[in-house]
Design a protein around this ligand. Structure first.
Ligand code: HEC
Length: 198
């Protein structure tokens, strides 16, 4: 035994060698050491946390998940905004002005490509839904009439209501875009409804 130069307690007797498991695969062996306590605490702690979280948020639903909370607040804000817009009186002139705003129309085009082309096709020439580029309209050719159809949909005919999914701003942008393709007469679905009187 060498001399203990630092005056530290001699604990060499307590030193344990790493325990090696018996199996060997391709010459590789595995330690079987006890995991450190901090690691075990972390593991058990996260398991307990996950269990409590699951019960509180998913089983008993005592708390609203952050995403649902966010969606709830957003929906409320959209409702308030819509109410304000109706109060302020959106009308045909409002939409005419909007359809002359290139930025809004571009935004409307993006929304149209994403949500509407499945039924109205890329240029609005119609497939499931009517041709939006001809002179005929099922629900009227005035901007406010289009706005109402897009907002509330026509459930019986398969036109979805977009108010909740898109919110009032994007619905308006989509309408402003449709106004720019109105009367472009793209070859497509045969005219439906009545010719526009304007
Ligand atoms: C799932 C298919 C579908 C999708 C998606 C869809 N529509 Fe429609 N849309 C229809 C159908 C079907 C009608 C015809 C309703 C009727 O005959 O009463 C229609 C009618 C309309 C009308 C009225 C046309 C008229 O002649 O009066 C407008 C405007 C319109 N859609 C705009 C949109 C916009 C904007 C979007 C995207 C935000 C959209 N639609 C997405 C199926 C769809």
């Amino acid at each position: 035994m060498s001399e203990n130069l630092d005056n530290k307690p001699d604990n060499r007797a307590e030193y344990q060698q790493d325990t090696v498991m018996e199996h060997t695969y391709d010459g590789i062996q595995e330690f079987d050491n006890r995991l450190p306590n901090w690691w075990l605490w972390l593991m058990w702690g996260s398991m307990v946390f996950a269990l409590i979280y699951w019960i509180v948020f998913h089983t008993l639903e005592l708390r609203v998940l952050p995403r649902e909370q966010f969606e709830g607040v957003m929906a409320e804000a959209e409702e308030i905004q819509l109410a304000k817009m109706l109060e302020a009186g959106i009308d045909n002139e409002f939409f005419v002005a909007m359809s002359q705003n290139a930025e809004k129309v571009a935004e409307g085009r993006e929304i149209f490509v994403k949500h509407c082309v499945a039924c109205h096709l890329d240029q609005g020439q119609g497939s499931v839904g009517p041709n939006l580029t001809d002179a005929n309209w099922v629900h009227g050719c005035e901007p406010m009439e289009m706005w109402k159809v897009v907002t509330d949909g026509v459930a019986a005919k398969g036109m979805p209501a977009w108010q909740n999914q898109l919110g009032p701003n994007r619905v308006m942008a989509a309408v402003s875009y449709i106004m720019t393709i109105q009367d472009t007469n793209v070859d497509g679905k045969a005219p439906e409804g009545e010719p526009c009187q304007n």
